[in-house]
Design a protein around this ligand. Structure first.
Ligand code: NAP
Length: 322
């Protein structure tokens, strides 16, 4: 529970009645909840994410249907809910129960466990959506290496693993040299520093360094990915951990045909959402999934929120709730 007290936001585990939850169509007993950058923003009182407190963050949850007024779902069914408004202005997954509209709920695809689904969570969903859009725009492994920025983070590490699974050679850009070996173990062919993906020369166009990329950093790093991208390559824009700004010229677009693709996992329509989860259970499913998530208790979540905001964590952190 995050409570607003003056300028401060406190975080603690509390017991509250079910009536604390909105009156959704599907009541779900949460098994696992994934921890994300957006949750850390919500837990820190970021009003762009959560307007009103007290609030329970948690944009990702997997669990078992307890009660449903929708004929689409029945008690006992295993399901996933990620994003839409969950954890933002709807009480989220860092709780024993969530109550949500039926239109937000995805049946757990065959071949995935509730734990697998949260090790992947919004992070893998976002990376998969990025790749789906890139491939729709013509990206393929023959075009050359793809770069992933913020590679040791949730979205970044899932992007590395999913791209490798799909046969791409991946350059992982990370500020954490101590994680280079791990990034290679999950699929990176080579690792580069954050600085190598952050060109300060001011030149509008660079020699091609990669055939495309998935960016979680924004700002000058995103601008560098775009101006160093090979012909007809795609750069997927996922995040803003570095900056929300983007300064570029038109040259990469009119001289190299570079595509910049926006990725909005939160509002992905339910049919596409089910399709992406199906891919995550099959041809996009990263190898070594079990080793990609650290499992923690509900009580440990508050401390991890600061570590996530500080960019100190690596890979996915998943809370075991039930
Ligand atoms: N578009 C969408 O639908 C969508 C969905 C999910 C998340 N996101 C966004 O994607 C971003 C990443 O989310 P996440 O959950 O993966 O976060 P995360 O697990 O905290 O990972 C972020 C990573 O970015 C790098 N980083 C942190 N601070 C940085 C800085 N100042 N400059 C450069 N790199 C920095 C770090 O990796 P290294 O140390 O390896 O460099 C860090 O591990 C966030 O902006 C989030 O809001 C967007």
């Amino acid at each position: 529970m995050v409570r607003e007290e003056g300028d401060e936001f406190s975080r603690q585990v509390e017991e509250v009645p079910l009536s604390f939850l909105p009156d959704g169509e599907v009541l779900i007993k949460v098994s696992y909840a994934g921890l994300n950058y957006k949750d850390a923003l919500s837990a820190a009182g970021h009003k762009g994410v959560t307007r009103k407190y007290p609030h329970t963050p948690g944009v990702d949850a997997s669990g078992v249907v307890e009660k449903s007024s929708s004929s689409e779902f029945s008690p006992g069914q295993e399901v996933i809910v990620t994003s839409f408004d969950l954890g933002m202005n709807t009480k989220g997954g860092f709780a024993e129960y969530i109550s949500v509209p039926a239109g937000w709920v995805v049946p757990l695809p065959e071949g995935l466990t509730l734990k697998d689904a949260m090790i992947m969570g919004t992070a893998a969903f976002t990376a998969a959506l990025a790749l789906h859009k890139m491939e729709k725009s013509g990206q393929n492994p023959e075009m050359g290496e793809l770069v992933v920025t913020g590679a040791s983070g949730g979205v970044g590490s899932m992007a590395v693993a999913i791209l490798a699974k799909r046969g791409y050679r991946v350059i992982a850009s990370s500020g954490k040299q101590e994680h280079y070996a791990w990034l290679k173990s999950i699929g990176a062919k080579r690792c580069i520093s954050r600085e190598e993906a952050n060109d300060e020369s001011g030149r509008p166009l660079m020699a091609a360094k990669w055939a495309g990329g998935i960016d979680t950093v924004g700002g000058n790093t995103l601008a560098t990915l775009i101006k160093s991208c090979g012909k007809e390559g795609s750069v997927a824009v996922c995040g803003l951990v570095g900056s929300h700004e983007l300064q570029t010229t038109v040259y990469p677009f009119i001289l190299n045909g570079v595509n910049v693709l926006g990725v909005d996992s939160a509002e992905t329509p339910i049919q596409l959402r089910k399709k992406i989860w199906q891919k995550l259970a099959t041809d996009y499913r990263p190898g070594g999934l079990a080793e990609m998530g650290k499992i923690v208790d509900l009580e440990e979540i508050p401390d991890y929120m600061d570590e996530i905001l500080g960019g100190e964590t690596a890979g996915r952190i998943v809370a075991k709730i039930a």
